[in-house]
Write a protein that binds this ligand. Structure first.
Ligand SMILES: C[S@@+](CC[C@H](N)C(=O)[O-])C[C@H]1O[C@@H](n2cnc3c(N)ncnc32)[C@H](O)[C@@H]1O
Length: 226
């Protein structure tokens, strides 16, 4: 695990965590599709706002993240709410490690804006690993930031260098902004047959329910059939 990546993400979470974050609109929209009492693996769960929402709904959730600080905060919140039985955490660097999850075990793999830190070849390996951990009949719901956020793309083009098409590097950190077509091609290369990729715009709200802005995303859905 790269110490500088861990330190970077610990610091990001230390600066931004308030303890009052509510779950995302995306989590709410997807949870109704989960089988009841699922085993959910949340990749890049951060401080756990979405994972805790799933736990409140009765699912068991494994939170994986590079930041131990974030995972500790998620556990603290779970204990406060009496949800500790439904929450499991493990520090993992998706850039280095295979996912520490048994093959064919997850009903749902969920990841909200946490998998766009890798170049296309590594993203392909991650898709294969996500497929490996899904149960037969399981589904993965994954969102990636998209290049349709023109303000952000302008920033990246100005401030970062392009490492490969739509993958930027700034201060040693990679950020991918793959198009729908690029994601389709990466999934095909991964040998996955049952998937869809669609543009997805997520509304962002503050804790009082006021609209803060929009996230321009691409959603990847992978299904594992027998
Ligand atoms: C933009 S945040 C999203 C967090 C959460 N899913 C959400 O919706 O708020 C990205 C998350 O990915 C984690 N992350 C970044 N690079 C990672 C890596 N190489 N391996 C594992 N997690 C990583 C960060 O610590 C952070 O929690």
């Amino acid at each position: 695990m790269s110490n500088s990546d861990i330190a970077h993400w610990d610091l990001v979470h230390q600066k931004t965590y308030k303890g009052t974050e509510s779950h995302s609109k995306y989590a709410e929209e997807k949870e109704v599709l989960f089988p009841r009492n699922s085993l959910v693996v949340d990749l890049g769960a951060g401080t756990g706002a979405d994972a805790l929402y799933f736990a409140r709904k009765g699912h068991k959730v494994i939170l994986l993240d590079i930041s131990n600080y974030a995972l500790e905060k998620a556990k603290e919140r779970a204990v406060k709410e009496g949800l500790q039985e439904n929450i499991f955490t493990q520090q993992t660097d998706f850039g280095l490690d295979e996912l520490p999850i048994k093959s064919d075990s997850a009903d749902v793999v969920y990841s909200r804006i946490s998998l766009h830190y890798f170049e296309s070849n590594h993203t392909m390996k991650l898709f294969r690993d996500i497929y490996r951990i899904l149960k037969i009949g399981g589904v993965a719901y994954l969102t990636f930031k998209s290049p349709k956020d023109h303000v952000e793309m302008e920033y990246l083009r100005k401030r970062a260098s392009e490492f490969e098409k739509n993958v930027f590097i700034e201060n040693g950190q990679l950020r991918s902004r793959f198009t729908v077509e690029q994601l389709n091609s990466i999934l095909e290369k991964a040998g996955i047959n049952d998937f869809s990729v669609n543009e997805y715009i997520e509304d962002l709200f503050d804790i009082s329910g006021n609209l803060l802005g929009k996230l321009y995303l691409n959603e990847v859905v992978i299904r594992k059939f027998g």
